[in-house]
Design a protein around this ligand. Structure first.
Ligand SMILES: Nc1ncnc2c1ncn2[C@@H]1O[C@H](COP(=O)(O)OP(=O)(O)OP(=O)(O)O)[C@@H](O)[C@H]1O
Length: 297
């Protein structure tokens, strides 16, 4: 069942169209990625899902109801969440707990127990993010909205935060994750919506996005005997055949390897130094967003 349903969402700021005709559904228990360059409409979209912004057009439902009616089911960690510098971790947790009838303490699971007496201003970037997740989850929401959680973190803190997000999902929470990082989307997300100019340019699993790129798979080899390149080009899975010295490079869809090796076997040609490369989600992203920088933060 779809826990989040967005249909034909539209939002303008004055004359600026921030989001235009955006539709998607998120299934319960998914980690759903929202990806795209700066200004593509990601934050506006998730703010409409969280009920913080009212759409101009279209509809958003969470658990089948407008977000404003199910506030306690939605935990929000937004990009610029800052706390007073002198507020201690313990104080922040107890303040947020006081908002809810049945608060849940995530501090132990998120590795914050040893830092309860530390002031917010003295926490590392990774611990600040853990605290912001703990605060977003204090009301035991069914959906967590996490916006650019790992921007500005060092690689280790980013990896630690990823395992925290996996723990959150394991606890049964559906996650809507805004990110600029391909590696993060590939590692965590079940499906990803790639935003471009206020619209969804593609929506698929990370591997599905990769396979949309023309020539997503490349097979390279040196043939033991001359091969008819036209026969390779005629294979249904092949989009391109080039040569580099003695090496032949065949590009095409995922089933390419089987098609190429079968043809070579029939002609009793051995493929020496055979290598298969796959384009990365980075390549797919650049193609889908028209070459916009993915990691320009
Ligand atoms: N409050 C606002 N008033 C006017 N324009 C806005 C406002 N918020 C966003 N915009 C504009 O709307 C467009 C979409 O912004 P949004 O923040 O949703 O994009 P984004 O994909 O989240 O970008 P980023 O990755 O930089 O956070 C941008 O052109 C932005 O400048």
């Amino acid at each position: 069942m779809a826990i989040i349903a967005v249909r034909d969402l539209g939002k303008r700021y004055g004359r600026k169209v921030a989001v235009d005709s955006v539709s998607f559904e998120v299934a319960e228990g998914e980690i759903f990625g929202v990806l795209g360059p700066n200004g593509a409409g990601k934050t506006t979209t998730v703010e409409c899902v969280s009920g913080l912004r009212r759409p101009d057009r279209g509809s958003v439902t969470v658990l089948g109801r407008p977000p404003a009616e199910v506030r306690s089911a939605i935990g929000v960690q937004l990009q610029s969440s800052e706390l007073p510098e002198r507020m201690r971790v313990r104080e922040a947790l107890s303040l947020f707990s006081s908002f809810y009838p049945a608060p849940v303490d995530w501090s132990e699971r998120l590795g914050l127990s040893a830092h309860l007496g530390v002031e917010f201003g003295r926490l590392s970037g990774g611990l600040k993010q853990r605290l912001s997740i703990a605060l977003a989850l204090a009301g035991s929401p069914r959906v967590a909205i996490l916006d650019e959680l790992t921007t500005g973190l060092d690689p280790q803190a980013r990896r630690d935060t990823w395992s925290v997000i996996e723990d959150v999902r394991s606890a049964g929470v559906t996650v809507l994750l805004v990110t600029h990082f391909m590696e993060e989307a590939e590692r965590l997300c079940d499906r990803v919506a790639v935003f471009r100019d206020g619209r969804i340019a593609a929506l698929d699993t990370p591997s599905g996005l990769v396979s949309r790129v023309d020539g997503a798979t490349r097979v390279r080899f040196v043939p033991s005997a001359p091969v008819d390149l036209a026969a390779l080009r005629a294979l249904p899975d092949v989009t391109d055949v080039t040569t580099a010295g003695q090496q032949i490079v065949v590009s095409g869809s995922e089933d390419l390897l089987h098609a190429v090796t079968s043809l070579l076997a029939r002609r009793q040609v051995v493929a020496r130094g055979l290598r298969v490369d796959q384009v990365s989600l980075d390549d797919a992203y650049v193609e889908l967003t028209g070459g916009s920088g993915a990691e320009d933060h």
